[in-house]
Design a protein around this ligand. Structure first.
Ligand code: ZN
Length: 376
């Protein structure tokens, strides 16, 4: 059967936003869909409407008490003091808003849909997924429901015994790592900003290699500030083939946060979307098709452009040279204030950036060498 690409998404996210002062208040999935439509890069039948996650799906990862608390807070759009302390909700980081419960349910249901579609032989991408910071019993790092964790559990329930999770977000996947830390049926591989200077600060160090039977099944590559395309791709192309060879994954889940891009003001990496796309190509070259999830990304235009490239690749479309007038209108009408003075008008010229290649610094080479030695 010929594999067909499917984008799991919804315009319903427009009404399920974070609070006004939050980095995730921006349009993301809806903007991507509108951009793809304005560029004539997607057909109606390729778009699968998101559904909410079911209770039993949420319970694959999360504690009942925590879920009940989220539900209760959603009903009143308020939070008890006790919940704020126990579950880390109702603060600036993880505010009570329609995104908290209803938005998370939709994003999580979509990740399960992406797995179902994949298992039916499709190629599926849920850009709303990849909320990798949530813990089983508390919110963390803007994330309430850990959809990657849920889909990994879902795959284990389906009988898979070697599942690879690859996390390319600029931030370490602490919620996922913690849950599978003693598990050898899930290999967690993350490339991210070093926690010495970036969130989540307490997790994501090289030394965290897993515990018990999970020992050796967790690999963190923390990197310095200013990582360029060449460095990021060097890490990935040096290590992914070794992981694939040693672990022989039956299936993989790929988190595609776009906060590695230079335009993103919440991270210190400096990738172009050319490098981001190349990373995606590299993963598929080594492992074939997987299950694709979104992730972080706080610059709406950079994010929509980058994910539109992912969609072009997985749906086997050429990347258009310019933007249609309608696409330019869609992007330029986004309500978002640039924090940096740099000229970013190039983002309205086309979808694909120029590469941001550069020197591969010795500290990047060193950690790669150290990781390679683990596979000898
Ligand atoms: Zn991130």
């Amino acid at each position: 059967m010929q594999k067909k690409a499917r984008l799991v998404g919804s315009l319903a996210y427009k009404k399920l936003r974070y609070t006004n002062n939050h980095p995730l208040r921006i349009p993301r999935v809806s903007l991507l869909i509108e951009l793809l439509k304005a560029m004539e890069l997607i057909e109606e039948k390729e778009l699968v409407e998101s559904r909410e996650a079911r209770w039993e799906e949420l319970r694959l990862f999360h504690d009942e008490e925590y879920l009940r608390a989220l539900e209760e807070c959603d009903r009143c759009m308020c939070v008890k003091k006790d919940y704020r302390e126990r579950f880390n909700i109702g603060n600036y980081e993880n505010p009570v808003s329609p995104a908290m419960w209803k938005g998370s349910l939709l994003a999580t249901g979509s990740s399960v849909q992406a797995v179902e579609l994949f298992l039916e032989g499709h190629i599926a991408f849920n850009p709303a997924g990849g909320m990798h910071h949530a813990y089983k019993d508390r919110a963390n790092g803007f994330c309430f429901i850990n959809d990657p964790g849920i889909v990994l559990q879902y795959l284990l329930e389906k009988g898979f015994k070697r599942v690879l999770y690859i996390d390319l977000d600029a931030h370490h996947c602490d919620g996922v790592q913690d849950f599978f830390y003693q598990e050898d049926r899930v290999f967690v591989f993350s490339i991210h900003q070093s926690p010495t200077y970036a969130f989540p600060f307490k997790r994501g160090f090289w030394e965290e290699r897993g515990e018990g039977k999970g020992k050796g099944y967790n690999l963190n590559i923390p990197l310095p500030k200013g990582v360029n395309d060449s460095e990021f791709l060097f890490v990935l192309e040096s290590l992914l083939p070794l992981i694939a060879q040693a672990y022989k994954p039956e299936v993989y889940v790929l988190q595609l946060g776009t906060d590695t891009l230079k335009e993103d003001y919440l991270s210190k990496f400096e990738l172009s979307n050319w490098g981001f796309l190349k990373a995606f190509d590299l993963v598929r070259e080594v492992l074939g098709e997987g299950i694709y999830l979104g992730g972080g990304g706080y610059h709406p235009i950079a994010l929509a452009r980058a994910w539109s490239l992912i969609w072009c690749r997985m749906s086997n479309r050429d990347i258009p040279k310019g933007l249609t007038p309608l696409a330019r209108e869609v992007l330029s009408s986004v309500d978002f204030e640039e924090l940096e003075e740099e000229d970013r008008s190039y983002m309205l010229d086309g979808l694909l950036d120029r590469p941001r290649e550069g020197e591969i610094r010795s500290e990047v080479r060193e950690i790669v060498e150290r990781a390679k030695a683990e596979f000898c």
